[in-house]
Design a protein around this ligand. Structure first.
Ligand SMILES: [Zn+2]
Length: 81
């Protein structure tokens, strides 16, 4: 891994593997590494970050309803141990 950019990391709170995605705002955001299908919902409970770094309020959904793929913010699911 030396000399190579590694987007994966470990959450310091719960020890889970996370992925760092750079948002459009230029912030690095920890997300869960698995890509999920989502639909945008105003005021949706999940914060979904697309691979392009767009942060969307929405919900997980089935492939049929999906508007796109993204990652769920790790803050939402972090199980601090
Ligand atoms: Zn965590």
């Amino acid at each position: 891994m030396v000399g190579r950019y590694d987007p994966f990391g470990t959450c310091t709170q719960c020890g889970d593997r996370i992925l760092w995605v750079k948002t459009k705002a230029g912030k690095n955001m920890p997300v869960n590494p698995e890509l999920i299908n989502y639909k945008a919902v105003p005021g949706g409970k999940e914060r979904i970050v697309t691979p392009e770094g767009l942060v969307v309020a929405g919900e997980k959904c089935s492939v049929d309803e999906a508007e796109g793929c993204g990652y769920i913010s790790h803050f939402a699911t972090c199980a601090r141990k």
